[in-house]
Design a protein. Structure first.
Length: 612
């Protein structure tokens, strides 16, 4: 969601901004723009893609060494040229880019209108830059002070960068609620909403904290103050991100690359945590909290989207293995419904980006009620990771495709490790079952590798089904959350309507939809509720539905009933959600490609949802 890149230094700024915008595309956006100082402050923006902006700017003399650029995902005001960022101040001497939402923008706007200001756009952002200039003029202060004072008047979330024609050597940045990172080069600075546009230039970064305002200049100075005017010392960190991790490496899409990365990302998530020869599962990040888990009254898992689905798998895992009662909550509902939270509850927040606004708010709420908060995040140093008491990173590597794939399997991997470790310490799992499970877990990356060999078959299936208008996904037990995730993946990237259902619930509604036109994907692996799922398949067949079944290798029973089968390597039922994710991801991917959809950047979706 909305991307920011700013630069000041001795390089030509235009190529830095343009490359940065392309790197930020994965976050999801609907318009793009930039402003740079080339004698005066120049501003260009358009609705559409970064390539549209680039085409529009072809042939223009875009000199200058300081500038800001933005990809916008509309919140206030429709996606059009005028609402795109940057936004000018009334004098056109200042421009701003902004991620987040200014909640009191209407009141501020009315005040400014009463004082004679006019606005071009419908955005909250334009209100802020007007306010900054108003303060600068009326309080006769410099731009840095004006930004700081203005931020004390606004409510909501923001990451902003301001550029001023009168201060052509400087950029000003600030954040609250939305992330902002500053890259430090040799007498040059990069400011961005995440490290992806920075990593090819420098590995030295400073993550701004909430309510901090930074100024950077081409003399190599970085100064940070809080919005309450306290000086802060910048804490420089080393980026571990590699450039190759954010490039496609020969794959046609990031999504396919990330699907194929799963044997490694699952392995990386287990490395140093699963030690089969010693018979130990140990998560360093939560080791001091094991006793809290053992004594926990409940585990409440919060997340959004795919992370919420991982949380649902977590519910089955924790209850099954640790016997601790679990609730899984949409973070967006949890935060607003006055939930009952006890001090001996453990809240597990799951988030790939670590920036999802609702999940972050749910964490803050649970923390304020005294619960212990454990994070499962992928992005190191992200807001949720920092807001939790403890946690473990998934080590999936950067996920660029908007539809989550490797992050999901890494989240499930971590939840499995967590549940195993707590169950072992709590004594709710016999030693023999524990050893059986950890031995099996070690084989999962190889089984995922083997499952990826199904890609060709699944592509053929996609050719048969890519024109369908509806899909149903069914599963039971551990495979129910997977049915939800399979349906979500298809919806997100192919725009086909799909529903996930617990197989037995089909009889209470969805069965009415079944006819020859309706493909039904059933996860029908051995063990668990296999026999029951067989009956559900019969029910679909009796109504002429088409069955695509995910079965355990060698299964003959379902083969006789289903129209198409995808055979998966045999594993324990607790690991099926990881293995069976692969064909579901590949099916959605190939269907979306055949339908000509923008797989990595589906319409209207954002990778990191930093507004509620
Ligand atoms: C967006 C993304 C999803 C993701 C969800 C939660 O909707 O498109 O892929 O699952 O946000 O994101 P998080 O970063 O918190 O896991």
């Amino acid at each position: 969601m909305c991307g920011i890149i700013g630069y000041v230094g001795s390089r030509k700024v235009y190529p830095v901004l343009m490359k940065g915008l392309y790197r930020l595309e994965y976050r999801g956006y609907d318009s793009a723009g930039l402003a740079l100082i080339n004698d005066d402050l120049q501003l260009y923006k358009t609705h559409g893609k970064v390539s549209d902006l680039e085409n529009r700017l072809r042939g223009k003399a875009l000199e200058g060494t300081v500038g800001i650029a933005h990809t916008r995902w509309a919140t206030h005001g429709e996606p059009n040229d005028i609402n795109a960022h940057p936004h000018f101040s009334p004098s056109k001497k200042l421009a701003i880019i902004h991620n987040g939402i200014i909640e009191n923008y209407n009141t501020l706007k009315e005040e400014l209108i009463n004082r004679g200001y006019t606005f071009q756009s419908d955005t909250d952002t334009e209100v802020l830059i007007h306010l900054i200039e108003d303060i600068q003029l009326n309080e006769n202060t410099d731009i840095f002070e004006a930004v700081r004072i203005a931020l004390n008047h606004i409510y909501g979330a923001y990451a902003i960068v301001v550029i001023s024609q009168d201060y052509p050597d400087t950029l000003i940045a600030a954040k609250k609620g939305s992330p902002l990172v500053i890259g430090l080069g040799e007498d040059e600075f990069f400011i961005a909403s995440d490290a992806s546009p920075i990593v090819e230039y420098t590995k030295n970064v400073v993550y701004l904290d909430d309510e901090e305002v930074a100024t950077v200049n081409r003399q190599g100075e970085l100064k940070i103050k809080t919005t309450r005017n306290q000086e802060k010392t910048p804490y420089i960190q080393k980026l571990e991100l590699q450039l190759s991790a954010i490039e496609k490496s020969g794959f046609p899409h990031f999504m396919l690359k990330e699907i194929y990365e799963q044997p490694r990302s699952i392995n990386d998530s287990m490395r140093g945590r699963l030690n089969v020869s010693k018979g130990i599962v140990s998560l360093g990040g939560i080791i001091d909290y094991e006793q809290k888990f053992i004594n926990a009254r409940r585990i409440i898992i919060v997340g959004c989207g795919t992370s919420w689905h991982a949380g649902m798998v977590g519910e089955y895992l924790f209850e099954d293995l640790t016997r601790i009662p679990v609730k899984v909550e949409y973070a967006s509902e949890f935060r607003y419904r006055n939930p009952v939270i006890y001090e001996d509850d453990i809240v597990v927040a799951i988030s790939q980006s670590g920036e999802t606004a609702d999940t972050l708010a749910a964490v803050e709420l649970a923390k304020s009620k005294g619960a212990t908060i454990i994070g499962i995040c992928n992005v190191v140093g992200s807001s949720i990771a920092r807001a939790t008491h403890a946690g473990s990173y998934t080590h999936a590597g950067p996920e660029i495709g908007v539809a989550s794939t490797k992050a999901f399997t890494a989240q499930v991997t971590l939840l499995t490790l967590m549940a195993l470790s707590i169950a072992d310490n709590k004594g709710t799992l016999s030693k023999s079952r524990f050893y059986q499970l950890i031995n099996e877990m070690e084989t999962i990356p190889a089984k995922v590798e083997k499952t990826l060999e199904l890609n060709g078959n699944i592509k053929e299936l996609a050719k048969i089904f890519h024109k369908c208008r509806n899909f149903l996904y069914l599963g039971r037990g551990y495979n129910f959350p997977l049915a939800l995730e399979g349906a979500l993946k298809l919806k997100e990237i192919s725009y086909i309507h799909a529903e996930g259902y617990p197989a037995a619930e089909m009889k209470h509604g969805p069965i009415a939809l079944i006819d020859e036109e309706m493909p039904v994907v059933v996860i029908a692996t051995k063990k668990g509720a296999y026999d029951k799922v067989l009956s559900n398949i019969q029910e679909v067949k009796a109504r002429k539905g088409t069955i695509i079944a995910l079965v355990t290798e060698g299964d003959q029973t379902v083969k006789k009933l289903a129209d198409h089968v995808i055979e998966l390597p045999e594993t324990d039922e607790i690991f099926v959600p990881i293995i069976a994710s692969i064909p579901l991801q590949l099916l959605s991917y190939h269907i979306a490609v055949l339908r000509g959809c923008n797989v990595d950047q589906p319409r209207n979706l954002a990778k990191s949802v930093t507004v509620e």
